[in-house]
Design a binder for this molecule. Structure first.
Ligand code: ADP
Ligand code: 3PG
Ligand code: MG
Length: 402
């Protein structure tokens, strides 16, 4: 069922409660290091400012576990937001409480076109337990609700889900709509060939995504630590590589299904192995086969050179590309070559629709300076995985049907 959109709401002079995901990395000086999530929420905020709404932002920051903790204050984020909105006429304020008389007073002082960010909703334990009384108390602060916090939409919390039932209209924000369009809409009938690149640490994290995308994808390229679980399942020596020993049957089952359905399910031909997970450690490029796997005492940390070439050819032929999970330990530059090579290959295929699924994959693409070359980069980690699995997200399900 399609949901109400921000664009369906009449917002002038009304108090609009907007849940945003401002869970961004800060440095030791409390400065925002990566403001993508804030920047991506600006279209919704700007729409509300220009339509003379009173914009009340609800957000969480970190995991303070239901107690007030200055380390998890949203004050630095408010300061950053103020800088981003300097050209807008409305003022950006911050209130050090998200509910009750203090918040009510701050809101009473707002003029149309103003923006107010309320303090971390997770300073209250009732947020994460989705306490109905707390959700109701948040709801009394506004007239209408907008959820633009895609990155937190997989959480059924008071400010992401519970609150919606207590307000007459609850709509999707513009970022939420964009995320759903790319991670769901565009992939419902994807342009073919549809290629999926999966990496990251665990098969078990991605099994739901694999099963859901096997219904649509033509080709899978497998990398990351998850590849070694497949190798082990095939009887190839994985030595010290990270393997999920209890997922071998699952891996064999996936390979069998892919074969039955005529899906091209590619595993690496070779890998970069090391004896030490650290920069500058000695490495070798190992060709993998049943007879010769990874030498004892060594660990696979990246896809090898032949694999990069093979995968790049597949990427060049694809019309739709979805990527989730780095194919190596990209945090260490020595082991980032495979992930970089794939990012470059995707960037070079400018004809294809390229969607980066979120989490560490997005961090990697940004680190390589290739974010601009991708069609879409998700702001969600867990939320994007769940959407790709075809699951209903509580933060969307709670909104008003169109
Ligand atoms: P995403 O957040 O994009 O969904 P994941 O969280 O599943 O990705 O996986 C990211 C992590 O996987 C990274 O921290 C990376 O270092 C790790 N990783 C990738 N390849 C390997 C490998 N061969 N061995 C161990 N860890 C790996
Ligand atoms: C995220 O950073 O992935 C989201 O903001 C959700 O945060 P959480 O995992 O602490 O719920
Ligand atoms: Mg991750």
């Amino acid at each position: 069922m399609p949901k109400l959109s921000l664009l369906d709401l009449v917002v002038a002079d009304k108090r609009i409660l907007v849940r945003v995901d401002f869970n961004v990395p800060l440095n030791e000086q409390n400065e925002v290091v990566d403001d993508t999530r804030i920047v991506e929420a600006l279209p919704t905020i700007r729409h509300l400012i220009s339509h003379q709404a009173k914009t009340i932002l609800l957000a969480h920051f970190g995991r303070p576990k239901g107690t007030v903790n200055a380390k998890y204050s949203l004050a630095p984020v408010a300061a950053h937001l103020k800088k981003l909105l300097v050209k807008e006429n409305g003022a950006v304020h911050f209130c050090n409480e998200c509910v009750g008389p203090v918040a009510e007073k701050a809101i009473a002082g707002m003029k149309s076109g103003d923006v107010l960010l309320l303090e971390n909703v997770r300073f209250h334990a009732e947020e994460e337990t989705n306490d109905p009384k707390f959700a109701q108390a948040l709801a009394t602060l506004g007239d209408l609700y907008v959820n633009d916090a895609f990155g937190a939409a997989h959480r059924a919390h008071a400010s992401t889900a519970g609150i919606a039932a207590h307000l007459p209209q609850a709509a999707m924000g513009l970022l939420m709509e964009k995320e759903v369009r790319y991670l769901h809409g565009e992939l419902t009938h994807p342009k073919k060939p549809f290629l999926v690149i999966l990496g990251g640490s665990k098969v078990s994290d991605k099994i739901g995504v694999i099963e859901s995308l096997m219904k649509k994808a033509d080709t899978f390229l497998i990398g990351g630590a998850m590849a070694y679980t497949f190798f082990k399942a095939l009887g190839i020596e994985t030595a010290l590589s990270r393997v999920e020993a209890d997922k071998l049957d699952l891996a064999r089952d996936i390979l069998k299904k892919a074969e039955e359905r005529g899906i091209k399910f590619l595993l690496p031909l070779d890998c970069i192995a090391t004896q030490e997970i650290k920069a500058g450690a000695a490495t070798q490029n190992i060709t993998l086969s049943k007879e010769f796997g990874i030498p004892l005492g060594w660990e696979g940390v990246d896809i090898g050179l032949a694999t990069r070439e093979l995968y790049a050819k597949e990427i060049a032929q694809a019309a739709t590309i979805l990527w989730n999970g780095p194919v190596g330990i990209f945090e260490i530059p020595d082991f980032a070559g495979g992930t970089r090579a794939l990012a470059e290959a995707i960037a070079a295929n400018s004809e294809a629709l390229s969607i980066i699924g979120g989490g560490d994959s997005v961090t990697a693409v940004k680190q390589f300076g290739l974010a601009e070359k991708m069609s879409f980069i998700s702001t969600g980690g867990g939320a994007s995985l769940q959407l790709l699995e075809g699951k209903k997200l509580p933060g969307i399900a709670a909104l008003t049907d169109k």
